[in-house]
Write a protein that binds this ligand. Structure first.
Ligand SMILES: [Cu+2]
Length: 103
């Protein structure tokens, strides 16, 4: 099993900046990248545990099948820390989390 990591997992952006993330799933199973506060991400992950295989699409997330590449555009309007994670059950716990430092 490949390691469940985002590379890089720490990103720095300028407040007010709009960032286009280009994301590649180099693993062998589907993964996703969801942007939010760590509290929101944990709540969402708990919801997904109850509904395995839950399909969802929101502007703050992208789901990628193995080997696929996709983009996600996000506007970081204020300074602080924004978190991101893969919310497929077990993945966040395995280390699929990261942070965006906005300053
Ligand atoms: Cu994942």
């Amino acid at each position: 099993m490949s390691r469940m990591r985002f590379t890089p997992s720490d990103i720095e952006v300028n407040a007010g900046g709009t960032v286009r993330f280009l994301i590649k799933n180099t693993g062998k199973i589907p993964h996703e990248l969801v942007i939010g506060t760590i509290a929101d991400l944990k709540a969402h992950a708990a919801e997904m545990q109850k509904m395995p295989g839950m399909q969802h699409a929101e502007p703050n997330m992208i789901t990628l099948a193995a080997g696929k590449v996709g983009g996600l555009v996000w506007h970081f309007n204020q300074a602080g820390t924004v978190d991101f994670a893969c919310l497929i059950p077990g993945h966040m716990e395995a280390g699929m989390v990261g942070k965006v430092k906005v300053s």
